[in-house]
Design a protein around this ligand. Structure first.
Ligand SMILES: Nc1ncnc2c1ncn2[C@@H]1O[C@H](COP(=O)(O)OP(=O)(O)OP(=O)(O)O)[C@@H](O)[C@H]1O
Ligand SMILES: [Mg+2]
Length: 301
């Protein structure tokens, strides 16, 4: 898999593009990122930036995606041949019991780990074909990540956390600060710009993570249980925020969840079990079910 080397300790980092500090030695990787971004301008064909791909109906496709983790002698099959087509602009929820493979699937779609077998396409580009920079570019520009455990950088303020991914995108400082403020304002944290994560509540940290995921206006937001650690009300606020992005910004949301509130806003729900797609429910079907139960739920579209 495409890797970027830390100039300080030589560690190979697979998550370049979303992580800008070396997980081994904490060195700042922004110079490496900038250098790669400069080289990119003169590198081979513009594989992931091809505008013609933006008309594709499916923004993400997986074919026979399999992942087997090897632990010593033991093989743990986490995904066993997942075929999934995600429509552009869709709000997709992935539900399944603990250990069913949701995070593993996210790691494949997000280019954070490579499959044992099968393929994953983002806008019809096979991720396995990308070189280190292209993959880092894709992770930085196309995909926004919201992790269950926020993954904010503790020594940085909310504003610094949010603007970090913009550096790799080559944005100027003023523009970065403006956009960072705008995003934090949008998630209701305009008055917490200079707070560090430990000075924020859990829900506020998650909102910083949401703002950060949007730093580079991604086409896809991958949210792994974004409400998992939040109380009911804060969870609902995060869901509303994601839905708004989806509806107004046309951002494709793929969210793993155990949260039944997510069903309300999802276009489709993919149920996975033991590493396989068990069934897929369409929103239209769900509304029908709700209708037959005599609820006054009014469909939105
Ligand atoms: N790095 C790893 N090495 C070995 N096995 C792993 C690894 N990561 C996950 N697994 C195993 O793969 C399976 C799927 O794990 P995964 O994290 O994808 O589940 P999940 O659906 O996200 O669960 P949860 O709802 O608890 O987050 C589990 O059986 C898990 O134990
Ligand atoms: Mg998980």
């Amino acid at each position: 898999m495409a890797k970027i080397e830390c100039p300080n300790c030589g560690a190979e980092i697979e998550t370049a593009g979303i992580v800008t500090v070396c997980p081994e030695c904490n060195a700042d990787l922004r110079d490496v990122m900038e250098k790669l971004a400069r080289e990119r301008k003169t590198s081979r064909g513009d594989l992931v930036r091809d505008d013609s791909v933006t008309t594709h109906e499916f923004i993400v496709r997986t074919r026979d995606l399999a992942k087997i983790y090897t632990m010593g002698e033991v093989e743990v099959p986490a995904l066993r041949g997942v075929d999934l087509d995600v429509r552009r602009g869709e709000y997709l929820s992935i539900m399944g019991p603990s250990g069913s493979g949701k995070t593993t699937l996210f790691n494949m779609i997000g280019g954070l780990d490579k499959p044992s077998d099968g393929s994953c396409y983002i806008e019809e580009v096979d991720m396995a074909q990308l070189d280190a920079f292209e993959l880092a570019w894709l992770r930085c520009r196309k995909i926004g990540y919201i992790f269950q455990t926020f993954n904010l950088i503790p020594v940085m303020t909310a504003l610094e956390n949010v603007t970090l991914p913009m550096i790799f995108a080559g944005m100027g400082t003023d523009e970065m600060m403006d956009r960072g403020r705008e995003l934090l304002d949008m998630v209701g944290l305009g008055d917490r710009l200079h707070h560090k994560p430990f000075e924020l509540s859990g829900g506020q940290q998650q909102r910083v993570a949401v703002a950060r995921s949007l730093a580079n206006s991604p086409a896809i937001v991958l949210a792994d249980e974004p409400t998992g650690n939040l109380d009911l009300q804060t969870g609902k606020e995060i869901i509303d925020l994601l839905k708004e992005l989806n509806r107004e910004g046309g951002v494709t949301i793929i969210s793993a969840t155990h949260d039944l509130k997510m069903i309300d806003v999802s276009d489709r729900i993919v149920h996975i079990r033991d590493g396989e797609v068990e069934r897929i429910e369409e929103r239209a079907d769900l509304e029908l079910e709700i209708g037959t139960l005599g609820s006054e739920h009014v469909p939105e579209h």
